[in-house]
Design a protein. Structure first.
Length: 510
């Protein structure tokens, strides 16, 4: 008997031999209210049936029983009942997401196959990143992405809030940032920013889906927008031949101090490293952000600071990571910050090199491992969701969206076929905090664009973050994954997810 399709693959799943549980308009649910509401919404969208709330032992029981590992859950389904038991509220929420995937239509109506699932995450940190600087994405779009990511048991939303093209978060201590540096985006598109209330709304919505928000303020590079608000803090742009090529290829004009930047090139901006006013600014920004952010992490970027001298970069990274640690938060930085050997010990590195690291990348990432803080893995040639999809061999439509610089185009199979413990030599599970799939938005303008680029590839990242390692479960193969993802097509459609119907996946339709 084939196993029901669950993504990400659970730690253990056993098909039962009995008849399935049948979902009807008389089906009752009891237990935790939040989980019952989440299940009701999911089942209503998928089947049109909403279970009725009951006291005591209903047909579907949603229970929290402390004692097992954080975020873990168990599901037992037989003909008479469904019991979902979470070790905590997050575990129960994940059990509900799995139950939503198990529901399918058969000849007699809506059914959940008899099954027992025991499940727990491999890694504590499972994230998506959304770049809201290159193109701004409003609160509703972000909330929608939270819902989608949480359905795959992802638990962190990293918001890339600032870049050369715009500053997207209002701060009382530095109001000019949004007044003067948020109005534009790539290609002359409108900009935008989150008010403090907007940010609170995002954080609260994320928490209701058991996700934390990890805000990133990228520095010392990627800071042209800071110079629009505070010219005294920014160096003049440094223009390279590579930038000229990019602007020739993708359009727009080269950066100019004091003028909004609407093109794609990177690596030309830097904050002033040897001016105390810079550190007053950094203290204001991260101090305010720390107070607004209940999650433990503050990300300070540190990538592609090509216009900052190496010694200056190390000095800056050392100082800023210490400042964030002193605020009682855990600093996070892209792996380049690992070139600073005195980066604060608690700093988590985010590796964005390839699945097979290019020269020098693994060494930088190793700093964070040696310090004991560890790594988040975001291999760009696998799980950068903004890479183009490959051309179709059957003539089916493929989105125009996306870039190719990270060894793209990137197939769903490539997004899937890597193993976290085999990226940085010697760095295995105890030094890996988790996995995160970034979505940069140079070409991504709308919520529909986000869906197209993220789905189905984000499910591959979710499986790398949640499921047993490759080789330790029969389910952890590309063949199994493509079949299981294909089975989710109708559920994703019911959730309003406009996924790319990649020809690599055998999509189920109803
Ligand atoms: C990055 O892709 N620059 C982190």
């Amino acid at each position: 008997m084939s196993l029901p399709a669950v993504v990400p693959a659970p730690a253990s799943i056993e098909a039962g031999s009995g008849a399935p549980f049948r979902l009807t308009s008389a089906t009752s649910v009891s237990g935790e209210e939040d989980a019952a509401a989440a299940l009701g919404a999911l089942l209503d969208a998928r089947t049109g049936v909403t279970p009725v709330t009951a006291e005591g032992d209903a047909d579907i029981r949603l229970v929290i029983a402390a004692g097992a590992d954080a975020e873990s859950y168990r599901i037992a389904v037989d003909e008479a009942s469904v019991t979902v038991t979470g070790a905590d509220a997050a575990g129960l929420f994940y059990g509900v997401q799995t139950l939503g995937q198990l529901v399918a239509r058969d000849g007699e109506g809506w059914a959940v196959p008899a099954v027992t699932i025991e499940d727990a995450p491999r890694f504590a940190y499972r994230g998506v990143m959304l770049d809201v600087a290159r193109h701004f994405h409003g609160v509703d779009t972000v909330k929608g992405y939270i819902d989608r990511a949480a359905s795959l048991k992802l638990n962190a939303l990293h918001l890339h809030l600032t870049d050369d093209q715009g500053w997207r978060i209002q701060l009382d201590s530095r109001p000019e940032l949004t007044e003067k540096a948020s109005g534009t985006a790539i290609g002359g598109d409108p900009g935008g920013f989150y008010t403090k209330d907007d940010y609170r709304e995002i954080v609260e919505h994320a928490a209701s889906r058991h996700m934390i928000v990890v805000p990133e303020i990228d520095m010392p590079g990627h800071t042209h927008a800071v110079g629009l608000a505070y010219p005294e803090l920014a160096e003049d742009p440094v223009i390279s031949d590579h930038m000229r090529q990019i602007v020739d290829e993708y359009g727009g004009t080269l950066p100019e101090a004091g003028v909004p930047f609407e093109a794609l090139a990177v690596g030309f901006s830097s904050l002033k490293i040897h001016d105390e006013a810079t550190y007053d600014f950094v203290a204001d920004v991260f101090g305010e952000l720390a107070a607004m952010t209940p999650g433990p992490y503050l990300h300070f970027g540190g990538d592609e600071s090509l216009a900052t001298a190496d010694d200056d970069f190390a000095y800056f990274v050392t100082r800023v990571s210490a400042l964030i640690a002193d605020l009682g938060k855990t600093p996070v930085a892209w792996h380049e910050a690992g070139s600073a050997k005195d980066v604060a010990d608690s700093t988590v590195g985010q590796y964005w090199g390839y699945v097979t690291p290019l020269e020098g990348f693994a060494e930088k990432a190793q700093t964070f491992v040696d310090n004991g803080a560890g790594l988040i893995l975001s291999p760009a040639d696998a799980i950068y969701l903004d890479m183009k999809y490959p051309a179709s061999s059957s003539g089916s439509a493929v989105p125009e969206l996306g870039l190719t610089w990270a060894n793209g185009p990137t197939s769903v199979e490539r997004a899937y076929s890597w193993e976290p413990a085999e990226v940085i030599p010697g760095v295995v599970d105890d030094a890996i905090l988790g996995v995160e799939a970034p979505l940069w938005t140079e070409t991504v303008r709308t919520a529909a664009d986000i869906d197209t680029m993220a789905f189905p590839r984000v499910a591959a990242a979710a499986e790398a973050g949640w499921s047993p390692r490759t080789g330790q479960s029969d389910l952890r193969t590309w063949e199994s994954f493509r079949t299981r993802v294909g089975a989710l097509g109708p559920l994703w459609t019911s959730m309003g997810i406009g996924f790319h119907p990649s020809e690599e996946i055998p999509w189920v339709t109803e």
